[in-house]
Write a protein that binds this ligand. Structure first.
Ligand code: NAD
Ligand code: UFG
Length: 340
């Protein structure tokens, strides 16, 4: 049985992927510095799967600790989620983002190389396409201008991984560009737990519906889209997690360098998401229309042909299921939203 090191495994996408890894009979070792998560989510992963695994409080920048973990466990591959992810914060604290996301990944790869672990799945983002007008985005779409340091860190890491592969063909690498992950595990035991007031749409909607926040501000309805609000490609986090298993299976068998879009391939506007949430959860979401948020693109969604063809990837959950599972998690974990 393969041993997979999951960095950032206590986080939102990481914890859901840990569940899928354990359900697919992989062994896992998790590291996280809990900067944006809690150890509790790993206990929930154990509860959901009925499987025990080792996890460590460890920063990917901490070479000594990381080496000790590689020494202790025979790791076969790494799924690398650890990173800071706030678009707005990245522009305020660029050094923190470059240090954590870029240098952290370099450090991880150096240690992987030292221990002859040359297989990695990396969490990238649709943000690397920047403001490219070629919608839907294909993996080889010419990239536009990037407006955030966060996006630049993702693109830099993609380039670093590409160069590593060029220099040493033993590496097997899968870069996954996520679109907009939403939803939660059906159990309601793990989900997205943003610190403070959420930046992203779905957690904001669900906190309004749960009476934690008074009202949603929709960032403008004057875009050139059918209802004037922005269109995004929402994907259920469990579908996304399953995509990682497919990518992992491939890098373990083949010696490869791949880039895949992981989205649903369908675009939904902000207003569509609000009304889907109301319908699916039998609730109301109070909202007002506000000004545009700087840097928002009117429309983006994925062309998922490549992932479908090469990985047999299929995002099966619809928008209703995404809303239901989000609200279920929200209602079961209300108090957690006030922590930290
Ligand atoms: P998250 O913040 O919930 O998870 C990231 C985890 O990494 C957290 O548990 C955090 O504590 C940990 N971490 C951060 N820096 C670390 C470090 N130096 N050492 C060890 N652990 C560290 O975020 P998420 O939504 O689960 O995202 C996972 C990955 O996917 C990130 O790399 C993110 O940039 C990327 N991504 C997320 C989205 C999204 O919308 N959620 C979209 C595209 C890409
Ligand atoms: N929105 C609102 N009100 C809010 C929050 C969001 O109207 O309170 C709107 C935004 O203007 C946007 C849409 O909802 O049109 C989605 O916004 P999110 O912040 O949820 O998501 P983004 O598409 O802006 O960005 C997300 C992640 C990025 C990632 C990107 C990839 O936050 O990290 O998806 O597609 F890079």
């Amino acid at each position: 049985m393969h041993n997979i090191l999951v960095t950032g495994g206590a986080g939102y996408i990481g914890s859901h992927t840990c569940v899928e890894l354990l359900n697919s009979e992989y062994n896992i070792v998790v590291i996280d510095n809990y900067k944006n998560s809690w150890e509790e989510s790993l206990k929930s992963v154990q509860k959901i799967t009925g499987r025990i695994f080792k996890y460590y409080e460890c920063d990917i920048k901490d070479s000594e600790k990381l080496e000790a973990i590689f020494k202790k466990h025979k790791i076969n591959a790494v799924i690398h989620f650890a990173g800071l992810k706030s678009v707005a914060q990245s522009n305020i604290f660029p050094l923190d983002y470059y240090l954590n996301n870029v240098w952290g990944t370099i450090n991880l790869c150096r240690i992987m190389k030292k221990f002859f672990v040359k297989k990695i799945v990396f969490s990238s983002s649709a943000t690397v396409y920047g403001d490219s007008p070629e919608i839907p985005f294909k993996e080889d779409t010419k990239k536009g201008k990037l407006s955030s340091v966060y996006g630049k860190t993702k693109l830099m890491v993609e380039e670093i991984l590409r160069d590593i592969k060029k220099s040493d063909n033993e590496w097997s690498i899968s870069i996954l560009r996520y679109f907009n992950p939403v939803g939660a595990h059906e159990s309601g035991l793990i989900g997205e737990n943003p610190k403070g007031i959420p930046n992203n749409l779905m957690p904001f909607i669900s906190q309004v519906a749960a009476d934690i926040l008074p009202e949603l501000t929709i960032f403008s309805d004057d875009y050139e889209t059918p209802d004037g609000t922005c269109i995004r490609d929402y994907i259920h986090v469990v579908d996304l997690a399953k995509g990682h298993i497919l990518a992992l299976n491939k890098i373990l068998i083949n010696n490869t360098f791949d880039v895949y879009n992981l989205g649903s391939g369908v675009g939904h506007s902000v207003l569509e998401l609000v009304s889907a949430f109301e319908k699916a959860c039998l609730t109301t979401v109070k909202y007002k229309i506000g000004p545009r948020r700087s840097g928002d693109l009117p429309m983006l969604y994925a062309d998922t042909t490549k992932a479908k063809k090469e990985l047999c990837f299929c995002a099966s959950s619809d928008i209703e299921k995404m809303c239901k599972d989000t609200f279920n998690w929200q209602n079961k974990n209300k108090s957690k939203y006030y922590k930290k």
